[in-house]
Write a protein that binds this ligand. Sequence first.
Ligand code: FAD
Length: 464
Amino acid sequence: MSIAQFRAALGEIAVEDRAALVQQRSRDHYWYSPILKQKLDHVCADLVVSPRSIAEVKTVLAAAYRHGIAITARGAGTGNYGQAMPLAGGVILNLMQMNAVLDIKPDRVRAQAGAVMEEIDHQTRAAVGGELRFHPSTNRSASIGGFIAGGSAGVGSIRWAGLRAFGNILGLKVITCEETPRELDLVGKDILKVAHAYGTNGIIVEVEMPLTQSHQWIDVMVGFPDCIAACRFAEAVGLQDGLLVKEVGICAAPIAQDYFNRHKAYVRPGQSIVILMVAPVAIEAMAVFIEHHAGELLLRGDQLDADEKKRLPPIYELGWNHTTLRAIKVDPSITYLQTRYPSVEHVRTIIDIFGDELPMHIEVARQDGRVAFAGLPLVRYTSEERLEEIIAIHEANGCAVFNPHRYTLEEGGMKRTDEVQLQFKRQADPSGRLNPGKMIAWDDPNFDLTSGRAWLFSGLAPVE
Ligand code: FAD
């Protein structure tokens, strides 16, 4: 491998080698996990390369193939399982310069991978009164390509489920890493070859996404005496066919009181809250529904004065992984888990077992036509052993855990190899240059995923 020869092959393409900047771009939000923080803190690339066109991406990938350089794609670097950490060093491929919205139709939008999701919505609202079906709570910074490659669901999933649900991505243009990189247009079931593959088997350069009608969503916060009452209300909202909502999230006490600096003034001690984004057409019906469920309306965005409106962040920045971020900012010892609670009774069981060790946070989403509780509980972290115990207790009680303390696709996901993605990697990245160490099936096909042992990438750049 020769980084100098690689660099020479890039011609006029923008390259950054200043140590501080390369280190900054070699980091995502892996530090959400104390375990990943310890394992990955030292990881750093050699260069950051910022292509501005498909032709430049192809030049970079051809040079990486020829000179044996690892390539880790990067959008805004908000992934929080170390997805964008360059485990083997090499090059960070920064896609944020490729950020144009290319085409807007009444029902769909085509954009370059580096387009920021809020900006896409801004343009589609102005052009056709449409918006993306859902976005992560990092809407204001995350790229659409990074969301598709590294994210899963978000604000809007209460109606539209997750990224991998059929119909939520219409098309992807992907560049392969070969001697002569190819440009592939993936549609239909081929989309699943690269969706949520952490950029291990192709670089996404363009995406086509469906739109839905846009609304001036109204932020709402509702208080309940305990988390179970909040869960019952949130589930009931999810089941209401006539109440148009974009976000339904549950935060048990004392999350709002302790961590939501600007919103805590609206919440009384001991209250658990439900955060909602409600369409104007549904707001009066929602007020009735809240009363029916004996909830206390704590905040209604359309009734705030101008100063309050300016002072408060959008309510979706209290949900999804922003809940975790706000807690970590106040108490750096906190981390979190990703779970699936099959019912309110499962939530009750987990709360009864863990109490304040696991302040409960749940996002309500649709999955296969049903209302699902996607848990993102906070964890008052004490040790890796205790975290493993908490995971085991969840599983023993019928609550699945998608471990956010692992940097591989398999361990963080369904704990099995995605054969379709592996097969595609053999064709699109035959020499394994793309994001090494993130797909166990490629690096270590014999690893036993049922062993309970954490996998360690042997090529992990050494601690300096
Ligand atoms: P990055 O972090 O830069 O990259 C993510 C992964 O995709 C990496 O593996 C990277 O190598 C790969 N990648 C990036 N661009 C490309 C490309 N063009 N081609 C191929 N591979 C590529 N996630 C959710 O799903 N829902 C949420 O609501 C949510 N909320 C969050 C809140 C906070 C505060 C934080 C820190 C994270 C949150 N996340 C959430 C995780 C993360 O924000 C999302 O996954 C986000 O969409 C990632 O976008 P990004 O541009 O930052 O991607």
